[in-house]
Design a protein around this ligand. Structure first.
Ligand SMILES: [Zn+2]
Length: 429
């Protein structure tokens, strides 16, 4: 998960009032304070606190099972057994590879899906052994998003310890495919193809962090643009068309793309590749580009701009040099597509998440990011991404770290649990 933009900051600029203060309804905060002051919740919170060491143990176990994109299976099976051990119903791995289990409610509310992603950004072969240095656990993937998986298990135990029942069924999910190449495949399958697809539902994705309510999803479109030509000897075939010049021209045009600052819209050429030797006209060159926006219209405009400039660059190169051995062609391959979406500030799920923080004396920060919630948001399912309670450092790097600060972590886990309980229609005493 990457934070792209703070809507709170925008609101602040526009109105000179903190978003948190003006946007969370006092009645919601009062209701949440009541829930959090209940005896049942105190018992649940004590369970989370007592569970801390076990959560850390599970974080280490799962971190040390590598889960590169498209290779989450071993970790999914381990997580499935953990879900099963909590006594959930309908424990299974679906056709896409998501591990999940159902906590049955008493009936009457929409299904609440709470998910953390199994996949990390690290390729197979990365050393994932966890080591401890002072108050930190270090290992690739220990934070994003491995640390959130055991928190979901702790929620189940806390509910059991406090004998809390809910109206809604709660589906606990360790999903595949959140990070770049996965392109949200796990949640996409779960919500649009899997057996729960037609059920009325709400969705929460837990990621490392605290005090943040991600209620908007930055969309992205990613392409690999491949230019091909006849190639040839740099001396003997001089004068033939070259994919290098076609791609260079295309890249210069791409870099001139006009984009709005509001809604925030950006682009990047991330990878350039091709050629075989210094004395050969290349037969293939490629550039991989990323385009992102908070607006579906602006994102589509970026796509249109790219798709218009590539054939022009190809035509220009074919007109500039000889095509006697073959002409330049281009292929635009889609390699990523994350939909844009948002859950309204006034929706119950956003209000509930904000109120749980406010009730605990924490100022919620609302904002946009790119997470599993993009998918439900884009198809109208109420969704937010929340912090699971852990602070992390150097996410997506080999020295990724998880901070061990028990009281703060437990406090923020409890805020997450309160949000879940309220959304699921828990009865507390
Ligand atoms: Zn993540």
């Amino acid at each position: 998960m990457r934070l792209a933009r703070s809507i709170a900051a925008l609101l602040l600029a526009a109105t000179a009032l903190p978003a948190a203060a003006q946007d969370v309804a006092p009645a919601q905060v009062a209701a949440m304070k009541k829930l959090m002051a209940s005896k049942s919740f105190a018992t649940a919170r004590a369970s989370l606190d007592g569970d801390y060491d076990r959560i850390i143990k599970d974080v280490i176990t799962l971190t040390e099972i590598a889960a590169p994109p498209f290779k989450e299976e071993t970790r999914a099976r381990a997580y499935l057994e953990m879900l099963r051990a909590e006594g959930l119903a309908d424990v299974e791995i679906d056709a896409e590879g998501n591990a999940m289990g159902l906590c049955k409610g008493t009936g009457g509310g929409p299904l609440l899906v709470i998910a953390a992603h199994l996949d990390t950004v690290f390729p197979a072969g990365t050393d994932v052994k966890v080591r401890r240095e002072g108050n930190k656990l270090l290992a690739p993937g220990v934070g994003d998003d491995t640390c959130s998986l055991p928190v979901l298990l702790a929620f189940i135990r806390a509910m059991k310890a406090a004998d809390i029942s809910t109206k809604s069924d709660i589906l606990f999910v360790g999903n595949v495919g959140e990070e770049g190449p996965g392109d949200l495949r796990g949640v996409r399958y779960l919500l649009t193809k899997g057996k729960y697809k037609d059920v009325d539902k709400q969705f929460i994705s837990f990621e490392p962090g605290r005090a943040r309510v991600t209620n908007a999803g930055v969309g992205s479109k990613r392409y690999k643009v491949i230019f091909r030509g006849p190639g040839g000897h740099s001396l003997g075939a001089f004068g033939l068309v070259s994919p290098a010049y076609a791609m260079a021209a295309a890249m210069v045009e791409f870099g001139k793309m006009p984009v709005p600052t509001e809604p925030r819209t950006v682009y990047n050429v991330g990878i350039v590749e091709g050629g075989t030797s210094v004395n050969s006209i290349p037969f293939e060159m490629a550039m991989t580009v990323d385009m992102r926006s908070e607006s579906a219209t602006a994102l589509q405009a970026e796509k249109d701009y790219l798709f218009a400039l590539v054939p022009k660059a190809v035509t220009a190169e074919n007109a500039t040099r000889s095509t006697v051995k073959g002409a330049i062609t281009a292929e635009i391959k889609a390699i990523g597509d994350r939909p844009v979406g948002a859950t309204p500030m006034k929706s119950n799920i956003v209000q509930t998440a904000g109120a749980a923080m406010a009730a605990a004396g924490v100022t919620p920060r609302f904002g946009a990011s790119s997470t599993d919630s993009n998918l439900p948001m884009s198809i109208g399912i109420p969704a937010v991404t929340l912090g699971s309670g852990f602070e992390t450092e150097r996410s997506h790097s080999l020295d990724e770290a998880l901070i061990l600060d028990r009281p703060e972590t437990v406090k923020h886990m409890a805020i997450g649990l309160a949000t879940v309980l309220s959304l699921a229609g828990a009865s507390v005493k």
